[in-house]
Design a binder for this molecule. Structure first.
Ligand SMILES: Cc1cc2nc3c(=O)[nH]c(=O)nc-3n(C[C@H](O)[C@H](O)[C@H](O)COP(=O)(O)OP(=O)(O)OC[C@H]3O[C@@H](n4cnc5c(N)ncnc54)[C@H](O)[C@@H]3O)c2cc1C
Length: 503
């Protein structure tokens, strides 16, 4: 591979969301130090799902200088204020895990303790979350930057066309010096230390580099195919291992949230985009078969199908090392936690962020790789526990799948967290990793894990005052929401599909 002699040569293998996010991120932030090449094969293509995101992606896009409204128009994006979970703890239950806080904390006492004290009169905790109220009203307006304002209590993400994000990033990355090579990689060569020296293409070309970033998807071409790094299989905790996906035409209002409806052997997603609705049934092949899953999905579509159903297979878990020798696995090649909380693109982003924080000019010393692997392990394990909570904390007894999930032997780390919340309403906090207190509270309470005791400081107001505060909070949220435009109007005024020029 030719290139700048003073720069570290980085070769990205794969051009899906992971490959082009990595290329765009590295070129934008370390472009002066790196000579970046990306090899992808149009014949192989990309996985083409991954439509729901988390608010963190907005920070990534801002950091690399993307005009957000332009991106949203180019990817037919809508706003996501959270995920609605239907039928999870019991049939007919529903709650939203919002991107935002509940109520207002009082002298350091989290709001949910006050709510717990008033549990018989307060109604669902979602009544005290502005993004939940906005979601059910179908409204949206960007949050305020004034931390004193109620309007600063939420964040948002997008639901977008997964096949349009990577091409958008490609234009940006190529404009910042990333070289793209089209071709199928058929082999790799190792150097005398066992590191990867080069990859070989079908046409015989060979491309050498100092650092390889494996973004080849589930194949894990280098991290597994060449280095046999090994995989930690978490199917025993998260048994869903397949998904059948099918987009359909819109029906009804353009909702600003993703819906996850529990089904007999898993759950179904509904993701509204501007031009269509994305749907998929994520299921456990030990509990149902492909045909049954496809039938259930197709029968439940709310509009005319726009493509044939497509089955995807996966094994929930992660590589034993995400950075092994001179290969870093980012994206599906590094592992996959099923899409219940839309965490995959977030994990790509964290992989890029830690890589940028740890890259050295020469070969990476072992402690640097160890630290990368430690940080990524924390990210994966914390998300894993949060996902298991949704399945395990259920009262459903109607199918073998839900009985198995209810009786599951969960990881000790989650057992401890749940016991603490049940005993005292306390969320075990951590510095690194996704999902902070409000997220855990949303899912605990939504799944009917209710604390038996609350913070004693919640008793410091009289009952009358507490009920008065709760009712004025609800009124404030209703008034704020009423003033906002509908989600559909906001999209139409700011980022209608195709209205802006692509990057
Ligand atoms: C059912 C399902 C639903 C999902 N939903 C969400 C969601 O809502 N939110 C979310 O954040 N994530 C979601 N994800 C995950 C998300 O789709 C991925 O994280 C994201 O698309 C990144 O994929 P990737 O780039 O790692 O792999 P891919 O898209 O598979 O890209 C792999 C790349 O490697 C190239 N390649 C492979 N082999 C070779 C070779 N031999 N030679 C040359 N090139 C090669 C391919 O051509 C391609 O460019 C979902 C995943 C699944 C399976």
């Amino acid at each position: 591979m030719s290139g700048h002699p003073d720069k570290k040569r980085v070769l990205i293998v794969g051009g899906g969301t992971a490959g082009w996010m990595t290329a765009a991120g590295l070129a934008s932030l370390l472009g002066d130090h790196l000579d970046i090449t990306l090899i992808e094969s149009e014949a192989i293509g990309i996985v083409g799902v991954g439509e729901a995101t988390l608010p963190h992606i907005r920070h990534f896009n801002r950091t690399i200088g993307i005009d957000e409204m332009d991106l949203m128009a180019a990817t037919s994006a809508t706003v996501k204020l959270g995920i609605e979970f239907c039928d999870w703890a019991r049939l007919d239950d529903r709650y939203i895990h919002p991107f935002g806080d509940y109520g207002v904390p009082s002298d350091g006492t989290p709001f949910h303790h006050f709510w717990r004290r008033a549990i018989d009169d307060a109604g669902p905790i979602g009544h005290y979350s502005l993004p939940v109220v906005m979601s059910y009203a179908g409204k949206f307006s960007p949050p305020s930057e004034d931390p004193r304002s109620l309007l600063s209590s939420y964040r948002w993400a997008y639901q977008f066309d997964a096949t349009a994000y990577a091409p958008y990033l490609r234009r940006l990355a190529e404009a910042r010096g990333v070289r793209r090579i089209e071709g199928r990689i058929t082999g790799s060569k190792r150097d005398e230390n066992g590191d990867i020296a080069s990859v070989t293409l079908e046409n015989g070309e060979s491309h050498a580099a100092d650092l390889f970033i494996d973004c080849s998807g589930f194949r894990g071409l280098l991290i597994e195919g060449a280095l046999a790094t090994g995989y930690e299989d978490w199917t025993r905790w998260l048994p869903c291992d397949r998904a059948v996906a099918a987009p359909c035409e819109h029906a009804g209002e353009l909702l600003p949230f993703t819906r996850a409806t529990a089904r007999g052997a898993g759950w179904q997603w509904r993701i509204p985009l501007q031009h269509r609705t994305g749907n998929g049934y994520v299921y456990s092949s030990a509990h149902t078969d492909d045909q049954d899953a496809e039938d259930q999905l197709v029968q439940s579509l709310e509009g005319r199908p726009l493509a044939d159903p497509r089955v995807l297979r996966f094994t929930t878990g992660k590589r034993r090392k995400l950075w092994n020798r001179n290969v870093v696995a980012i994206g599906l090649s590094g592992g996959f936690l099923e899409p219940l909380e839309s965490t995959s693109i977030y994990l790509i982003q964290q992989g890029i962020t830690y890589l940028i924080e740890l890259l050295t000019a020469g070969p990476a010393p072992e402690p640097v790789k160890d630290e990368y692997n430690r940080m990524m392990d924390l990210e994966f394990e914390r998300i894993r526990d949060f996902l298991i909570l949704h399945y395990h904390a259920t009262e459903r007894e109607d199918t073998a799948f839900w009985n198995d999930m209810r009786n599951l032997r969960i990881p000790h780390s989650l057992e401890e967290k749940m016991a603490l919340f049940r005993a005292r309403g306390r969320v075990q906090t951590y510095d690194y990793g996704l999902f902070l207190e409000a997220s855990w509270v949303a899912v605990y309470l939504g799944q009917r894990v209710v604390p038996s005791a609350y913070d004693l400081r919640a008793d410091e107001v009289s009952e009358e005052e507490l009920l008065g505060r709760l009712s004025s909070m609800k009124a404030m949220m209703a008034t704020a929401t009423k003033r906002m435009p509908s989600h559909a109007d906001w999209i139409a005024s700011n980022c209608p599909a195709g209205a802006r020029s692509a990057a």
